[in-house]
Design a protein around this ligand. Structure first.
Ligand code: GDP
Ligand code: IMO
Ligand code: MG
Length: 427
């Protein structure tokens, strides 16, 4: 049995795509467990860059089955565009499986996402406008459309006759926006049905068989722990559960199946969208790291907010996910700095806090406590063994692991597959 749960330990964009692609080489299945096309995962192979919004990052390995799991909200239009793009690039999508249980983003969801954000005014969340929040709300309200509904078009039509008037009422009466037309949606989704048919399957037997045979199964996380609906900086979160618990629910596996929970962390911190960010660097150093790390959103192109590594966040992520192994990415981005800082905890109203508190108005005003370490001022890009790293870089990495509470088993020093230090056999 070898189930690896890959979770983002910060606010997303930690480099999960790269890490999943690496581990997928030996995997039977890579399963995207939750989230939607709010995610953007980048994989760089032989200098070619691939960006995935919905398709699992294992797709470049021809023998690996890639599953879009039941916990995902899938926009059929976006998926089909991704499929076309990958097929044009020569990828084989014969191994792509979409769970009948995954929910679909409907045309009114992105529109409502935008309108709701606008209505929040100064309190807006900074969503990706992909309709993810509205789609998950409908799932919880039990008025969502599932991928399996595409195989029962009469049922889909009947449901639409009930749901669409509810949506149009809100669009027209609350927002004075144009309504959607039933027949147009039906025609569009009927077309999706025929184009997606070849991928729709129940992944249950596939996943159970692989797990039973002891083959490697990777649950690919999206977003990050601090964006988790329950565990993150609510309401500045996404509408799903990027933590390991959410990964299991979104895949249809149980805790007994898990062999490793791998937390992916950036060697510093970034966040897109609004909400508290205690170690944020709102200065020229932040600007420098944003440029050097190309910190612009994969999905929306928005500049990412940048800050120092926050070990209070990392410790929290290790605890709530049960992380027992860390992949640390983008170490190379810090190569030129004279000193590097790590936040070890916060001071809040004179009280020491060792993890992010639930009360975000308090979290917003904490004073981060920093430990300063010497920089290495030397390139790490060519390091392939831990021993190849400059001593100061090794100290930084070990200290992060120590403060977070889990070993750093994989270190990434560039976007390419080969720009990686593996400290664990078979990884
Ligand atoms: P994800 O959402 O967690 O998969 O991460 P993203 O793909 O959105 O963002 C990570 C970005 O950093 C991508 O552009 C990657 O190609 C890049 N990247 C990943 N690892 C490294 C690394 O070690 N060094 C550098 N310089 N870039 C990296
Ligand atoms: P990956 O998988 C970074 C953020 C948005 C916003 C908040 C809510 O690439 O790490 P939503 O559209 O989900 O309702 O927006 O969540 N967000 C992400 N930030 N990486 C992601 O995914 C994200 N997915 C959502 O920026 O702040
Ligand atoms: Mg991303």
């Amino acid at each position: 049995m070898s189930v690896i749960v890959v979770v983002g330990g910060q606010w997303g964009d930690e480099g999960k795509g790269k890490v999943v692609d690496l581990l997928a080489e030996r995997a039977r299945i890579v399963l995207r467990s939750q989230g939607g096309n709010n995610a953007g995962h980048t994989v760089v192979v032989d200098g070619r860059t691939f960006k995935f919004n919905l398709i699992p990052s294992g797709i470049l390995h021809p023998r690996t089955i890639c599953v879009i799991g039941n916990g995902v909200v899938l926009d059929p239009k976006v998926l089909l565009a991704e499929v076309d793009q990958l097929e044009q690039a020569g990828a084989d999508l014969g191994n792509l499986v979409i769970s009948e249980r995954a929910h679909m983003i409907m045309p009114y969801h992105p529109v409502l996402d935008r309108l709701e954000e606008a209505a929040r005014g100064d309190d807006r969340l900074g969503t990706t406008f992909r309709g993810v929040g509205p789609a998950y709300s409908d799932k919880v309200r039990r008025i969502g459309f599932r991928v399996g509904d595409l195989q029962k078009l009469r049922f889909l039509e009947k449901k639409l006759d009930f749901v669409l008037p509810l949506k149009n009422d809100i669009l027209v009466k609350l927002y004075q926006a144009p309504p959607f037309t039933r027949d147009e949606i039906l025609a569009e989704y009927t077309n999706f049905a025929s184009r997606l048919e070849r991928f729709i399957r129940d992944p249950f037997p596939l996943v159970q068989t692989a797990v039973g045979a002891g083959e490697r199964v990777i649950l690919e996380g999206a977003q990050g722990t601090m964006l988790d609906l329950d565990l993150g900086t609510y309401p500045y979160v996404t509408s799903s559960y990027p933590s390991s618990g959410g990964a299991l629910a979104g895949a249809g596996l149980g805790p007994r199946h898990v062999t490793t929970t791998l937390g992916v962390f950036k060697a510093y911190t970034t966040r897109v969208g609004y909400g508290p960010f205690p170690t944020e660097l709102d200065d020229s150093l932040g600007e420098y790291l944003r440029e050097r790390g190309s910190e612009y959103g994969t999905t929306t192109g928005r500049p990412r907010r940048v800050g120092w590594f926050d070990a209070a966040v990392a410790r929290y992520a290790v605890g709530v996910n049960g992380i027992d192994s860390i992949a640390l990415t983008k170490l190379d981005v810090l190569d030129e700095l004279e000193v590097v800082r790590i936040c070890t905890g916060y001071s809040s109203k004179g009280k020491a806090e060792d993890h992010p508190m639930a009360n975000i108005s308090h979290l917003k005003h904490v004073e981060p406590q920093f430990e300063e370490l010497p920089g290495w001022r030397q390139s790490t890009k060519d390091a392939r063994q831990f021993e190849d790293l400059p001593e100061a870089a090794r100290r930084y990495v070990e200290r992060l692991g120590e403060l977070a509470g889990a070993p750093v088993d994989l270190i990434s020093v560039g976007p390419g597959r080969e720009e990686t230090i593996r400290r664990r056999a078979n990884w």
